[in-house]
Design a protein around this ligand. Structure first.
Ligand code: SAH
Length: 266
């Protein structure tokens, strides 16, 4: 009798163990169909998993002190700048300085603008999220990326071919399909893609290039550092009235690398 009980108990235990094991195998995490079809979520997770935690903290500090701590209040601008890894737009040896409150060299004598100035210019464009935007001076592609996160269409022109190529590669690698990079002289704008709701010039000019004004929609806004191109400029916001006249507003003093153009040499 005792032996019979032992045998029954052993069989029960064996069955229970097998069931548990099967259950464990069955509940092994499997990607759901939705997860498999959602590569962007995976990419975001990977990005944060591979990002240096020091840089994540530095970005947080930048948003809180350098942007919110000044006059950046636009929620979209703050969210996007708090998310985009600026270190992906600077040379390898400067990555640890990506969130400093200053411009940084990107080669070819050019710079990526100070984060605060990127935020300020984007905020002043007063984007609703439906605009076609033209940028003159692609540089690293960082400003174009910030714009591409907010609006559906970004066109950007860069005069240094190597920079245009590199920025295009950076944007492609990060999956931006709504930005088109053109190697050319931005002084003349991009006639085939005009008109634009907003134009942002990220190099210093001593006048607003007339072709850019022509390619701006009535009611559209153009922002440009205007002044002495070798020294200081005033960040200027021009709004094109319905009758074509310009309404200009001076924002603050800035210092940008100059807009170089055959048109300006004459
Ligand atoms: N917006 C850039 C920084 C701009 S630096 C960023 O986010 O990184 C200014 C850039 O304007 C430089 O790359 C310079 O080569 C470019 N540039 C100067 N003159 C130009 C012109 N006429 N047309 C297009 N790009 C020009």
């Amino acid at each position: 009798m005792r032996c019979k009980t032992m045998i029954i108990l052993s069989i029960t235990l064996f069955l229970l163990l097998t069931a548990c094991q099967e259950k464990r195998q069955y509940t092994e995490p499997q990607a759901t169909k939705a997860e498999r079809e959602e590569p962007s979520t995976k990419q975001v997770v990977e990005q944060f998993a591979t990002e240096d935690p020091k840089l994540v903290l530095a970005r947080e500090r930048m948003v809180n002190l350098d942007l919110k701590g000044r006059d950046i209040t636009n929620e979209k601008v703050l969210a996007v700048m708090g998310r985009i890894p600026r270190q992906n737009f600077v040379p390898e040896d400067l990555k640890h300085r990506a969130y400093e409150d200053s411009p940084l060299p990107i080669g070819y004598g050019q710079t990526i603008s100070q984060p605060y100035i990127v935020a300020l210019m984007t905020q002043e464009l007063n984007l609703t999220g439906n605009e076609r935007v033209l940028e003159i001076g692609t540089g690293s592609g960082y400003q174009a990326t910030i714009l591409a996160e907010i609006v559906p269409e970004v066109y950007t022109i860069e005069i240094v071919e190597a920079l245009a190529k590199r920025a295009n590669a950076t944007l492609q690698k990060q999956g931006y399909k709504n930005v088109q990079v053109l190697h050319g002289d931005g002084y003349f704008g991009w006639k085939e893609k005009a008109p634009f709701d907003r134009i942002i010039v990220t190099a210093a000019a001593n006048h607003i290039p007339p072709p850019l004004l022509e390619q701006l929609k009535p009611g559209g806004k153009l922002i440009v550092p205007l002044g002495d191109i070798t020294r200081f400029q005033t960040l200027t916001l021009a709004t094109k009235q319905e009758n074509g006249e310009l309404d200009t507003r001076f924002i603050t003093g800035v210092r940008f690398v100059p807009l170089t153009s055959k048109a300006l040499e004459k």
